[in-house]
Design a protein around this ligand. Structure first.
Ligand code: SAH
Ligand code: DHB
Ligand code: MG
Length: 224
């Protein structure tokens, strides 16, 4: 079974590159444990994907990061650690319950000093950020997929030239191919691809991923 192989290889990668003896990894594992204990859905990025986000944010030299979709803050911790001490991560979360768990996790991981966690619909927080004059170097989009076209458009307004925008879950087990789907997540994902393909301000690709989270993909691009 392909799916089982994917998880076994993911476990091997984690064993080799994300040692459980490392206190940094222990804080992340503790966040995942707290998320499961609090009953949050297990839709955090995988450990290897979290480390990829961290590396991409460091490659981009990010000092200001925006995340849309916090859940329990697992990806937030990976991204916050890519920031310098005076860096900032704004993370947007609809659910007050998820946000409370995230706040606890992010502080427990020693990243609370960089945190700006905003509770409410992202489509209300994003215009507020623009009014504040916020500009970001790295943006991770990982909330309700139906709104991904709108989130990409907002990300382009809030990003500096040269910023990196990463979008999670753009393949969804291959369901992205289903042009007849009525699932708002798939409709939104396909509209996201249409927009990404026609948007001159974003030079992007998408890469399929397999592993413990199944078959999915990441959109990755740079703002022109
Ligand atoms: N980035 C997280 C996972 C996010 S899961 C990680 O990898 O660890 C998606 C999150 O988006 C959920 O917590 C959900 O409550 C939130 N969400 C869904 N719709 C939203 C909206 N309209 N505005 C803000 N957050 C939303
Ligand atoms: C879902 C959302 C995610 O962000 C993810 O990584 C996996 C699944 C979901 O809503 O089902
Ligand atoms: Mg996701």
């Amino acid at each position: 079974m392909a799916g089982e192989d994917w998880s076994e290889v993911d476990a091997y990668i984690v064993e080799k590159l994300l040692s459980p003896d490392d206190p940094l990894n222990q804080a992340l594992d503790a966040a995942l444990a707290r998320n499961r204990q609090a009953g949050l859905p297990a839709i955090d990025v995988s450990p290897a994907q979290g480390k990829l986000l961290h590396l991409l944010a460091r490659l981009a030299g990010a000092r200001k990061i925006l995340e849309i979709g916090t859940l329990g803050g697992y990806s937030t911790i990976w991204l916050a650690r890519a920031l310098p001490d005076d860096g900032r991560i704004v993370t947007l979360e609809f659910s007050p319950v998820h946000a409370a768990v995230a706040r606890e996790n992010i502080f427990a991981a020693g990243q609370g000093g960089k945190l700006d966690l905003r509770i409410g619909p992202a489509l209300e927080a994003l215009p507020a950020l623009e009014r504040e004059g916020a500009v970001f170097d790295f943006i991770f989009i990982d909330a309700d997929k139906a709104n991904n076209p709108a989130y990409l458009q907002w990300a382009l307004r809030l990003a500096r030239v040269g910023a990196v925008i990463v979008v999670d879950n753009v393949v969804r087990g291959g369901r992205v191919l289903d042009a007849a789907s009525a699932d708002p997540d798939i409709v939104g994902t396909r509209k996201f691809f249409d927009l990404a393909g026609s948007e001159k301000r974003w030079t992007a690709t998408a890469i399929q991923t397999v592993g413990m989270k199944g078959w999915d993909g990441l959109g990755i691009g740079i703002v022109e």
